[in-house]
Design a protein around this ligand. Structure first.
Ligand code: AMP
Ligand code: MG
Length: 410
């Protein structure tokens, strides 16, 4: 037993205590990817806007005939309202073109034969002859999908490319969105060096900041690169204080464990409020969160895989809430898969194993990456997902596990 917080309790608390940013901003179509709507968007034009053809073929009037006289030609983009069909008449028509008044169906061009000498068409498929042509066949009727005034897209939805297409199809040039989340990212540790600089003995290049920045950008957040903090309390405090003025959230990694050179936690306590420190998870035990004024602070462990896991499983869901998503959409996406491996040794903490997902006849199976150490980023680089092993449990092949796809892979 442990006094450390369980993952699911921590996640639940994070989701409930982080709330969408106030205010809204008007965002142009080109910038809408992954933004969250701040209000419902209405249907401005019926969809379809007018009755139109779903096929290249012939609009006909009177469905129980054997032939029709072709009297018009209507292409996509033509104004179709002028043309009219009387019973027994047809119009050559193309996909998306307005269906003329009086049309009762559209016949696919592959299913009619044209007698060019007298300009008549007749069906070639016996099915059409038998029961007559169904009323409205291949006609997309005005407003059959969406009617003016209805809700096009509800607020608190993360815009997908299809949703952006829908807004564009309605003639919107901008949409009101929750303000873009501004996140400052720091690394912490005297040993860390920026790539491009010379390495001295005992130093390593920083991996976490670029990894975290990439994860944040992939979510559509505005990232401020705060650089590397030295293992020094005063400098750390000053940097966090400064960043909290201009960011909605701070993500830092390293310096949050129990060593004497770990100053992040103390800096948070002194500059703002430390809300939670340490979870009963592997990897990622030192994960910490709190706030400095209105700025939310997430302190991830320095080991790169611990940083990745706690970011995806804990910090990101909280950030998604700030970005405007409802709790259920901010939760890490999960599915179930069967273990394709054995784990003999029971680990007391709840573990997140880096795995690949493989489709099979009985659903997904997961296999662990080879290098599972929390410092071994190579064992995470091409993982598909994190498989959750509950505390104290062994894993037999075929055992069902909860699996969290890595957000950047899907
Ligand atoms: P710490 O949490 O500061 O005790 O760091 C734990 C381990 O993670 C140490 O081996 C650090 O060198 C390493 N580490 C911390 N931050 C980073 C980083 N940004 N990039 C790569 N390794 C890091
Ligand atoms: Mg350190």
């Amino acid at each position: 037993m442990s006094d450390l917080l369980d993952y699911h309790d921590a996640l639940g608390t994070l989701l409930e205590t982080h709330h969408p940013l106030a205010g809204k901003e008007s965002v142009a179509l080109e910038q809408l990817d992954r933004r969250v709507l701040a209000q419902d968007m209405a249907v401005q034009y019926d969809v379809p806007a007018f009755d139109n053809s779903a096929m290249d073929g012939y609009a006909i009037s009177g469905n129980d005939r054997k032939s029709w006289q072709v009297v018009h030609r209507i292409a996509a983009g033509d104004a179709g309202a002028q043309q009219r069909l009387e019973a027994g008449q047809a119009a050559r028509i193309f996909t998306g073109a307005p269906v003329p008044a009086g049309a009762t169906a559209v016949l696919m061009q592959e299913r009619v034969s044209l007698d060019a000498t007298v300009n008549t068409i007749s069906p070639i498929a016996s099915a059409d002859e038998a029961g007559g042509v169904p009323q409205g066949l291949n006609i997309r009727y005005q407003a059959e999908e969406l009617r003016r005034g209805a809700t096009l897209l509800p607020r608190a939805q993360r815009l997908t490319p299809a949703a952006i297409g829908l807004l564009s199809a309605q003639g919107y040039t901008h949409a009101p969105c929750v303000p873009q989340l501004r996140v400052a990212v720091f690394s912490s540790g005297n040993e860390l060096v920026e790539p491009g600089q010379a390495l001295r003995e005992g130093q390593i290049y920083d991996s976490n900041r670029q990894m975290l920045a990439a994860l944040l950008r992939a979510q559509g957040f505005a990232v401020h690169n705060g650089g590397i903090l030295p293992d020094q309390l005063a400098a750390t405090r000053a940097a966090l204080r400064q960043a909290a003025r201009n960011a909605d959230a701070i993500i830092c990694s390293g310096g949050v464990s129990v060593g004497e050179e770990d100053h992040l936690k103390t800096a948070l306590e002194q500059e703002g409020e430390l809300i939670q420190w340490r979870l009963f998870i592997k990897p990622g035990k030192p994960f910490t969160w709190g706030r400095i004024g209105d700025c939310r602070v997430f302190m991830l462990p320095g080991n790169p895989v611990s940083s990745l896991v706690t970011f995806q499983q804990l910090a990101l869901p909280a950030l998604m809430r700030l970005a405007g998503l409802p709790i259920e959409q901010a939760r890490p996406w999960q599915l179930r898969a069967r273990a394709d491996f054995t784990r003999d040794k029971a680990e007391p903490r709840r573990e997140f194993v880096r795995v690949t997902l493989h489709g099979g006849p009985d659903g997904y199976r997961v296999r662990p990456m080879q290098r599972q150490g929390s410092a071994m980023l190579s064992g995470a680089a091409f993982a598909h997902a994190l498989a959750e092993v509950p505390p104290g449990e062994r894993v037999e092949p075929g055992r069902e596990l909860v699996v969290y796809p890595l957000v950047d892979r899907f």
